[in-house]
Design a protein around this ligand. Structure first.
Ligand SMILES: [Zn+2]
Length: 268
């Protein structure tokens, strides 16, 4: 699987355009959708909003999962809109197993541009947390509506926190890379360091996932371990790609060329 470059994940179905950006859904998102609807309808909502019937929980679960899907899409659009403003071409947005991916087709112009780009998605998610939170707490709707809004605020907080973990390729890892890039003016070095940090955090997530199965249940623990594995693999792939390009640049024209090398593409 390629982690850099403009191609969509194999098995992605294009569903349309939002704000001029092509949006696709990978088949693995259907699995996530099903798991969310099932666990919300059978476990979460009966616990948070007791006294409703099975059909009401099912409707709440489908609405909540659909709006969560919309939240992920808006997060990626946050990245895409900043990218466009920075003059970086966006190939498209794909929603897949572990959330969303905004594929950049052009080079990142500067460390500051990468920083703004990396924060574009989390900024949107932070706004959604406030909106769903206010909606759930200040309004007096039916229990079902309150329950869905409260869960959406909660899941977006999780999404925000998780995305800001400083592990490449997560947004927090891109923030870390942008800061390192800015500090030394060397994109390749920044990617190698941020990639190493990402791999360490990935291993820690795998360990934490297996260690927490007793408390979070098999699903939560294995999920965390799987995400850790994804972070570990993707952080390694980014660092290897950057160090290869860097080596080639150094071998080719040496010095300044490598120092000012711009990334060709990336995923957010
Ligand atoms: Zn993001």
């Amino acid at each position: 699987m390629r982690w850099t470059g403009g191609s969509a994940l194999y098995g992605t179905v294009r569903i349309g355009r939002v704000a001029g950006v092509p949006v696709g859904v990978h088949w693995s998102w259907a699995v996530v959708f099903g798991l969310f609807v099932w666990s919300l309808a059978r476990g979460v909502f009966p616990a948070t909003n007791p006294g409703l019937d099975g059909a009401e929980y099912a409707v709440m679960a489908v609405v909540a999962t659909t709006l969560f899907f919309g939240s992920l899409l808006l997060h990626e659009l946050g990245h895409a809109i900043v990218a466009r403003r920075e003059g970086v071409r966006i190939d498209g947005i794909t929603l897949w197993l572990f959330g969303g991916v905004a594929r950049l087709a052009g080079p990142l112009p500067s460390a500051r541009a990468e920083l703004r780009l990396a924060l574009g998605g989390p900024a949107v998610t932070a706004v959604l947390v406030v909106l769903f939170g206010v909606f759930a707490h200040l309004t007096r709707f039916a229990s079902a509506v309150d329950g869905v809004a409260a869960w959406l605020a909660y899941i977006n907080v999780i999404l925000l926190g998780f995305n800001l973990v400083p592990a490449l390729p997560l947004d927090g890892g891109r923030v870390l890379r942008a800061l390192l890039w800015q500090a030394r003016g060397d994109f390749g070095w920044a990617t190698v360091v941020a990639g190493a940090v990402g791999r360490v955090i990935g291993i820690a997530m795998i360990a934490a996932g297996f260690a927490s199965i007793e408390y979070t249940g098999i699903f939560g623990g294995v999920w965390l371990a799987l995400v850790g594995w994804f972070v570990f693999m993707a952080a390694g792939a980014e660092a290897v790609a950057a160090s290869r390009t860097r080596t080639r640049d150094v071998a080719g024209r040496a010095g300044l060329e490598a120092q000012t090398r711009r990334p060709r593409s990336g995923r957010l």
